[in-house]
Design a protein around this ligand. Structure first.
Ligand code: ADP
Length: 377
């Protein structure tokens, strides 16, 4: 990204790291390629990316020192970071410390930082925390009903995640609606899934909590669960606490229900009549519906809901399941508009719908680039 012009020079994505068929997509003005590799770790993935960046034919830089700033999305910043921060040894120590609270993310984020420091030694490394946008959640929504000392002394509270994405799409939605005073629910559905109630541009409630495990059904995470199930598994079913943690974090969600983690596979199976996949899709959508109801109540109204991220932007099936039978909240989906594919902001409600239903492609990279550039200049 060239800053401050916000010109995109090249973009790409490494997907399915750790699975058999990891893919790298890479796009520049002259090149649009997709490769399949065996990529075990995040550092192997980043090394492949740098090979492409430096490639004499397909690359966009001739030396790594042309990269001045690397912006890292970091999932958990706890109470230590409410703003974008230059990465120092202390910052890395804190990211490591918070790995206990975001075991699927902070270790990968830290690995990315360490590899980037090696590969781009002259660049400034900047961390942008997912938790920052949610600092405005009021106490009545961010506190858990457990003894106050655990909040005051141990920082146990809702932190919230996917902040750069919720911030980016809610700002776009506000600009689209053309009114500052607005009640919007942003629905980020990727590998991790979360929803935010955004009132007048500020996050006032959010479905992920102390860690990114609460709320919606995700790729491998269960989302909301009665915590007494954990005690039952440990006390009566022979699980250790570590087993339960692995089960709820890595083996549950859509994977636990269907054996598949990628929604594209689940949709295809469901279409072929697979009952587990059909049920998982309706469970997934049902949970989202419940949060829409809760957040419409929290804001005493609703102007728009926004779908974003891999699933939210691409799955007309999930959007359809979420929006059906929701007339009570003023939601009326336009089926043809929903089924149309496009990479731009689009309105997919009928003209009669009281509430706008928007699909807004998230652009966490641009938000990260803007925040990192602002910090270093
Ligand atoms: P992350 O949370 O890692 O940023 P993404 O936002 O990239 O994830 O979303 C990844 C998910 O999006 C994949 O698991 C896949 O299920 C889903 N996805 C991507 N493309 C499609 C599609 N065309 N239809 C349905 N789901 C899709």
């Amino acid at each position: 990204m060239d800053m401050p012009s916000e010109t995109l020079i090249c973009s790409g994505l490494v997907e399915r790291i750790g699975y058999k068929n990891a893919t790298i997509s890479y796009k520049t003005n002259g090149e649009n390629l997709q490769q399949t590799h065996h990529i075990e770790t995040h550092s192997q993935g980043l090394e492949r990316v740098v090979e492409l960046l430096l490639d004499p034919k397909k690359g966009v830089i001739t030396h790594t020192n042309e990269i001045k700033v690397v912006g890292h999305r970091v999932v958990h910043g706890g109470n230590s970071f409410s703003d974008t921060t230059l990465i120092t040894t202390e910052v890395k120590d804190k990211i490591q410390e918070y790995a206990a609270l975001a075991p699927l993310h902070n270790p990968g984020n830290l690995e990315g930082i360490l590899v980037a420091e090696e590969i781009f030694p002259s660049a400034k490394q900047v961390a942008i925390f997912d938790t920052a946008f949610h600092q405005t959640i009021p106490e009545k929504a961010k506190r858990y009903a457990i003894p106050t000392s655990l909040y005051e002394e141990n920082g146990i509270q809702v932190y919230g995640f996917h902040g750069t994405s919720h911030q980016y799409v809610s700002e776009k939605a506000i600009a689209y609606l053309g009114k500052e005073s607005s009640k919007i629910i942003t629905i980020h559905l990727g590998n991790g899934c979360s929803m935010t109630a955004v009132k007048d541009g500020k996050s006032i409630d959010h479905s992920l909590g102390f860690t990114p495990s609460n709320g919606l059904i995700m790729g491998t995470r269960s989302g909301d669960i009665d915590h007494a199930i954990i005690f039952h598994m440990v006390n009566n079913l022979g699980y250790t606490l570590d087993n339960v943690k692995t089960l709820l974090t890595n083996q549950s969600g859509m994977l636990g229900l269907t054996g598949h983690v990628d929604l594209r596979d689940i949709q295809a199976e469901a279409e072929n009549g697979n009952k587990d996949c059909q049920l998982a899709l309706s469970m997934n959508a049902y949970r989202i519906k419940k949060y829409i109801g809760a957040y419409a109540a929290a804001m005493n109204g609703l102007d728009a809901i926004v779908f974003t991220a891999g699933i939210g932007e691409n799955s007309s099936v999930i959007r359809q399941l979420v929006c059906e039978d929701m007339e009570v909240f003023g939601l009326n989906l336009g089926t043809t508009k929903n089924n149309k594919r496009s990479g731009d902001l689009r309105e997919i409600n009928t003209t009669a719908s009281k509430v706008k239903i928007l699909v807004i492609p998230t652009n966490e990279e641009l938000e990260i680039a803007k925040q990192a550039y602002e910090l270093v200049t």
